[in-house]
Write a protein that binds this ligand. Structure first.
Ligand SMILES: Nc1nc2c(ncn2[C@@H]2O[C@H](COP(=O)(O)OP(=O)(O)O)[C@@H](O)[C@H]2O)c(=O)[nH]1
Ligand SMILES: [Mg+2]
Ligand SMILES: [Zn+2]
Length: 337
């Protein structure tokens, strides 16, 4: 989900409704529609109903250098019931750069409450990026079997207060799994979060059939997979699709403009227009409604401090960009792995 970022607006522009009107009937009928769930070895695996059809790409699309991503909805013609040719890529709602997935509805941001300890700065960073991509957001605090419920509540409180949907889960003890499962039904979700927090274990708990690798063995695999940028959308029995990414290894805020950062913190967004100065960045300006809310305890101080850190970071990135220096090489934030 880390934005290499063509300008954010561009991606949101693509938010045209995707036609879901299916074929009206008629015998040859329009080509069937499906969603690319995996790209591998030059083939695209397209899920259409219960089938997964192995597709090549029509030469015309190749010539146009038409990009096809996991998550893209396509029309294909059938060679037989298991093989086909992609004829058309339907308009995208959204496009994440890292992981490269189209049409994602929801980011599930996973943190452990312990082992590893929560990395609040990483959580807030992932939240800001997900907000900037206009994704629905669900936060999952996992491994609650390892701490008291007092501790788990304390960790999740600032996020609930900010207005986020928060689940406390234990993949190990089976806590919160039914709720998680419900939240994943019928939409395309991407799991994000540091290594070892239990993303794969949670998906296995939601759907034991997945048998995703967890723990140390998975970490080795993930590294290998990550370099090839391999992503796969897994089908849930509930009709949802999920990408179990190895975590967003590079989560840059590049592309977020300093003056829009506050919009990506819901509890700060609430105060837009209430500060003394228009264009207030809620930093050193006097009579700032946001800082007053922090002082009253209505905005959590840690969240506000992360806002400030990110503000300096995006200001710096914006300057680099103006000077024509590459964001990727100079300043991408490497958080883990
Ligand atoms: N105690 C406890 N351990 C968990 C839980 N969920 C996952 N784990 C363990 O944490 C480690 C990392 O889990 P994994 O799913 O591979 O994390 P990922 O890197 O985020 O996919 C594994 O050893 C899991 O068995 C949980 O809810 N409670
Ligand atoms: Mg994993
Ligand atoms: Zn302000």
């Amino acid at each position: 989900m880390s934005p290499k970022r063509e300008p954010a607006r561009e991606r949101q522009l693509v938010q045209q409704p995707v036609s879901n009107s299916c074929s009206d009937s008629g015998s040859p009928g329009p080509a069937p529609e499906g969603m690319v769930v995996k790209a591998y070895g030059g083939y695209f695996y397209v899920r259409a109903g219960d089938r997964v059809v192995e597709c090549t790409v029509r030469g015309r699309l190749k010539k146009e250098k038409k990009e096809i991503l996991v998550g893209d909805r396509v029309r294909f013609s059938e060679v037989d019931s298991l093989r086909g040719v992609i004829e058309e890529v339907l308009p995208r709602k959204t496009r994440l750069v890292r992981p490269p997935v189209a049409n994602v509805d929801q980011a599930v941001i996973v943190s452990a409450v312990s082992n590893p300890d929560p990395d609040f700065k990483l959580i807030d960073r992932l939240l800001a990026i997900a907000e900037s991509e206009s994704l629905e957001i669900l936060i999952c605090f996992n491994k609650v079997d390892l701490v008291t419920s007092y501790r788990a509540d304390k960790i999740s409180r600032p996020y609930r207060a900010a207005g986020y949907r928060v689940l406390k889960t234990s993949a190990k003890a089976g806590a919160g799994i039914r709720r998680l499962s419900r939240a994943l039904a019928g939409r395309v979700s991407v799991f994000a979060g540091a290594s070892g927090v239990g993303k794969s274990a949670l998906l296995n708990a939601v759907q034991p059939g997945f048998r995703l690798k967890t723990g140390e063995t998975s970490r080795k695999l993930e590294r290998g997979r990550h370099t090839t940028r391999h992503v796969e959308l897994l089908q849930l029995d509930s009709g949802g699709l999920v990408a179990d990414t190895p975590g967003f290894s590079r989560v840059s805020l590049g592309g977020i403009a300093p003056e829009e950062l506050g919009l990506f913190f819901p509890e700060i967004r609430r105060f837009v227009g209430q500060c003394r100065f228009t264009g207030c960045m809620h930093d050193r300006e006097p009579q700032c409604a946001v800082k007053e809310a922090v002082a009253r305890g209505e905005i959590h101080e840690t969240r506000y401090n992360h806002y400030l850190e990110f503000l300096y970071e995006v200001t710096h990135l914006a300057r680099l960009q103006r000077e024509g220096r590459s964001i990727d090489k100079d300043s991408t934030f490497d958080s883990f792995q």
